[in-house]
Design a protein around this ligand. Structure first.
Ligand SMILES: [Zn+2]
Length: 84
């Protein structure tokens, strides 16, 4: 079974939340989030953003990409993945 470390799991998080990952990768991310206490709160955080994005997408189709890149910036500056 594929195992991800924190960086791999976090780098796939958006695709995971979007349901765009192949089954093996989906399982690997899900498993990491179950066992890693450092990443799990991050998943919750991103998941609530994802909910907001999906809601926004219903009204403003041009808003989500901008929001996504803002969130990506946030993740790069503040979302230092927990070290193993
Ligand atoms: Zn982790």
């Amino acid at each position: 079974m594929t195992r991800y470390d924190c960086l791999q799991a976090l780098s796939k998080l958006y695709e995971y939340l979007d349901g765009e990952l192949p089954p093996d990768d989906t399982e690997a991310v899900r498993h990491h989030m179950e066992v890693c206490q450092g990443c799990y709160p991050f998943l919750q955080f991103c998941s609530s953003f994802q909910d907001a994005l999906h809601r926004a997408a219903h009204g403003q189709t041009d808003a989500p990409p901008a929001l996504r890149s803002r969130i990506a910036d946030l993740l790069q500056t503040e979302g230092a993945p927990p070290a193993h």
